[in-house]
Design a protein around this ligand. Structure first.
Ligand code: NAD
Length: 351
């Protein structure tokens, strides 16, 4: 694939810190735009990387000039954050991403990829594909759905927009998250010797390895697959639609055998009858691709991370606690309207 200049918002996050090195390794130039709430140092210096500390809600259009593709990851990235900071979630996850897409189109960017989520399906029965009805149940899911609508509507022959509905991610990344089901169960097993399963555990959820999510974005940058323009695509692996009980049992067993640690499983809360499987056939067909890694294969890396991390480093991995403890999240009136365009380059960091 030809070298591109790719601007990534939220590049310092869980997906971004896996995706940016992979793009650089493929020879692309990357402009990483982030508030860097988890630290600037998580992205290693590279001659083809420019890091810009910038809130996406106020991103000026000039940053987008000369950019070939935008990958829009900036978000408050889970349900608890969405409910705690609902106004900021609407601003960042919906309005700001719609605004970034509009500015990108104005600036002549060719391709825009939105990180959405399978959570837009809410909880449903049966196997869900992209034509299934959506039922967002939380602020986070509703904002994703609104962002899909307002970005996909900008798609035309000159501006290709694709929304990726990602399954729930797992695995090690440089900015590590311990608020995702697999990673969080590993943390509980390691730290407390106990995994708590809420809702009975028979409910099914789709899972996806974080480095495979990065690969999906990379495949979608390829101009040889034009049929993805204007599309919403579920991203995940069919055999990783898994029952929560079996995820917990596999993790407990891993700690018992590989780490010689006794781990029990505790059930809590009322039965959750809401359960869904997601179909990834459209992704298989259009991207001619399948994610490589199953969740059990990621466990040794997660365990290694937990053993080698200092306590203070682990605090950052609990996203909502980190935001709260450091008072990081506020609303921003400029998110409501595009800001005037500035010609200044004062926000450019050094490569
Ligand atoms: N991780 C998952 O399981 C998963 C699943 C489905 C969808 N997604 C979506 O993928 C995207 C990235 O998720 P992640 O797991 O990397 O989350 P993350 O919380 O690790 O990263 C988000 C990044 O965005 C930055 N950010 C937040 N608001 C910003 C703003 N206003 N301006 C600039 N930067 C800002 C943060 O500093 C952080 O580095 C999100 O849109 C998320 O909803 C993630």
């Amino acid at each position: 694939m030809e070298q591109q200049c790719i601007l990534i918002t939220g590049a310092g996050g869980y997906i971004g810190t896996s995706l940016v090195p992979a793009l650089l390794l493929s020879g692309h130039r990357v402009i990483a735009v982030d508030t860097f709430w988890f630290g600037r140092e998580l992205l290693a210096k590279h001659p083809n990387l420019t890091c810009i500390q910038q809130d996406s809600r106020q991103m000026p259009e000039n940053l987008l000039r000369g950019v070939d593709s935008v990958i829009d990851l900036a978000a408050l990235s889970n349900d608890p954050c969405g409910e705690t900071f609902s106004d900021a979630t609407w601003e960042i996850n919906h309005l700001s991403r719609a605004r970034t897409a509009r500015l990108a189109k104005q600036a002549g960017v060719r391709r825009y990829l939105l990180a959405s989520s399978c959570s837009v399906y809410g909880f449903n029965t049966g196997t869900l594909d992209e034509t299934s009805p959506t039922k967002p149940l939380t602020t986070y899911a509703s904002a994703n759905l609104a962002a899909e609508r307002d970005t996909i509507s900008l798609n035309d022959n000159n501006f290709s927009v694709t929304a990726l509905r990602l399954a729930t991610l797992f695995g090690f990344s440089t900015r590590m998250r311990l608020d995702l089901v697999v990673n969080s169960m590993c943390y509980s097993a390691w730290r407390h010797g106990e995994i708590t399963v809420n809702g009975g555990g028979t409910q099914v959820r789709p899972l996806l390895y974080v480095a495979d999510a990065a690969q999906a974005f990379m495949r979608l940058l390829n101009p040889d697959i034009p049929e993805t323009a204007g599309q919403i695509i579920n991203i995940g692996r069919a055999d990783q639609n898994l029952q929560i009980n079996s995820v917990a049992e596999t993790i407990a067993q891993f700690y018992r055998t590989a780490k010689n640690r006794p781990v029990s499983i505790r059930h809590d809360g009322p039965q959750d009858v809401r359960s869904y499987r997601v179909s990834f056939e459209k992704m298989n067909r259009l991207l001619r691709w399948e994610p490589a890694t199953s969740f059990d294969e990621s466990l040794p890396d997660i365990a290694r991370f937990l053993i080698h991390s200092r306590r203070e480093e682990l605090l950052k991995c609990h996203t909502l606690d980190w935001y709260r403890a450091n008072n990081l999240i506020s609303t921003c009136s400029e998110a409501r309207e595009p800001t005037p365009l500035h010609e200044s380059n004062e926000n450019f960091g050094s490569p």
